[in-house]
Design a protein around this ligand. Structure first.
Ligand code: FAD
Length: 401
């Protein structure tokens, strides 16, 4: 077998790439991770002030990876989810108590999660972290892949894991096609303080332009994701804080009393981007590099973490050649259905709940009332949003989700 510098190179040290490096820490493989932004200065763009809702399934994965203890102090439990539709009757509530679980999920600031993941990675002395470094070219050989870095180094590996985000450089270098849907929506994010306590409730409110989500955070703050029509975000972001809160209050209502304060605002254009062939010879795409989702259902990272754990499961055994087609096909067989389901369900939610057609509006309010009256369907929805599917993964290191 050809000698290579590494068995596995992970390109991208965001939430997904970092989680994979940590999940593989007890394997005997020689692993490198390449990240464009310096960890020490905490500048990675996705480790910002967005609130990430971690599903119950993700919590259990982090627990098995030995990371939950470090993450837990930064998280806020979601005990209930309140779903409503602006201008229509009908609302439904999902409850941890009814589902017999300690919490439906946990909210963590992306910035806080970044610190925990970066710390755990830097404690792993067998991992080579090449950072700040960018991959700028790639050369495929039958038995290895060579990567050229921006400091003129060339390194080789049996397997490349592309975890380099929605605008993946690896995908660009391979000239791979994508399927893209531009929703013409933009998410505005900020932290909000409210008059009444959230009491660990999360809110998802659908409006004719898109959903508004408020996730519970410490100190009675909430993490806001407000979806608006692309083009409208500039005018909304230019409003002063009082005018911004007044506009949001009109859309969200008074379930948490008066909205009293807003922190720094950011915005993100929303698109579905899917890499058409996420498995190549000795290359696999995971996380946003494989599928970048609308945040409507808070599933993007949760799905990426399931990619990670399924891939780690395939690679962690005493595998000789990590890039051998068998391992990549095993991974794809395991993860493809999960990815297809989550992408389809997210897309359907975006279409259904972002349409101001009155027939659809009427239909979905009936749907919300029906959902509230049908415990088995609610139970199914709650299980899905907790990341607990019907078919439970077999995971080598004893994770049963
Ligand atoms: C507003 C908003 C709210 C969200 N809320 C939720 C939620 O509640 N729950 C949830 O599960 N998900 C949520 N998500 C989705 C979640 O943020 C993403 O799924 C997650 O950040 C993807 O992580 P990633 O590591 O795949 O990609 P990224 O975070 O994009 O990381 C990619 C990394 O690769 C590096 N990189 C890129 N190119 C190169 C190169 N050439 N060489 C070296 N390094 C490179 C980048 O610097 C970056 O650090 C939300 C997203 C948004 C926008």
């Amino acid at each position: 077998m050809t000698e290579t510098d590494y068995d596995i190179i992970i390109v991208g040290g965001g939430m997904v790439g970092a989680s994979l490096a940590i999940a593989l820490k007890s394997s005997s493989h020689k692993i490198a991770l390449i990240e464009a932004f310096d960890f020490k200065t905490n500048q990675q763009p996705s480790y910002d002030d967005r609130g990430i809702a971690l599903s119950y399934g993700s919590q259990r994965i982090f627990n098995t990876m030995g990371l939950w203890q470090q993450l837990a102090p930064h998280t806020t439990a979601i005990s209930d989810i309140h779903i409503s539709d602006r201008g229509h009757f009908g609302a439904t509530r999902l409850s941890a108590q009814k589902e017999n679980v300690p919490a439906l999920g946990q909210v963590v600031l992306a910035r806080a999660m970044g610190k925990v993941l970066n710390q755990a990675m830097s404690e792993n002395k067998t991992l080579d972290i090449l950072c700040p470094n960018k991959v700028i070219a790639l050369n495929k050989q039958p038995h290895h892949i060579a990567l050229m870095l921006d400091d003129d180094r060339t390194i080789t590996s049996k397997l490349i894991v592309a975890a380099d985000g929605a605008n993946s450089t690896i995908r660009y270098l391979l000239d791979l096609s994508i399927t893209e849907q531009d929703y013409q929506q933009t998410a505005i994010t900020a932290n909000i303080s409210t008059e009444r306590p959230h009491n660990h409730r999360a809110f998802e409110r659908f409006t004719e332009f898109g959903p508004i989500a408020l996730l519970p955070m410490p100190d009675n703050r909430c993490s806001l994701i407000w979806t608006v029509k692309t083009g409208d975000e500039t005018a909304i972001n230019e409003l002063d804080d009082d005018a911004f809160l007044a506009r949001l209050q009109t859309e969200f209502g008074y379930r948490l009393g008066k909205l009293t304060q807003v922190g720094r605002r950011s915005h993100y254009p929303l698109k579905l981007t899917q890499t058409d062939q996420p498995i190549q010879d000795r290359i696999v795409f995971v996380g946003n590099a494989a599928h970048n989702l609308h945040p409507i259902a808070g599933q993007g990272f949760n799905l990426g973490l399931r990619d990670v754990i399924a891939l780690a499961d395939v690679l962690i055994d005493e595998v000789q050649d990590c890039g051998a087609p068998k391992h990549l096909h095993d991974y794809q067989q395991w993860q493809q259905r999960d990815q297809d389901h989550v992408i389809k369900a997210t897309n359907l939610l975006v279409r259904l709940f972002s349409n101001d057609n009155s027939m659809i509006g009427h239909g979905r309010s009936v749907g919300l009332i029906a959902l509230d009256l049908m415990p088995p369907v609610k139970h199914w929805l709650a299980k899905k949003s907790m990341g607990l599917g019907k078919k439970q993964p077999r995971l080598a290191r004893g994770i049963t989700l």
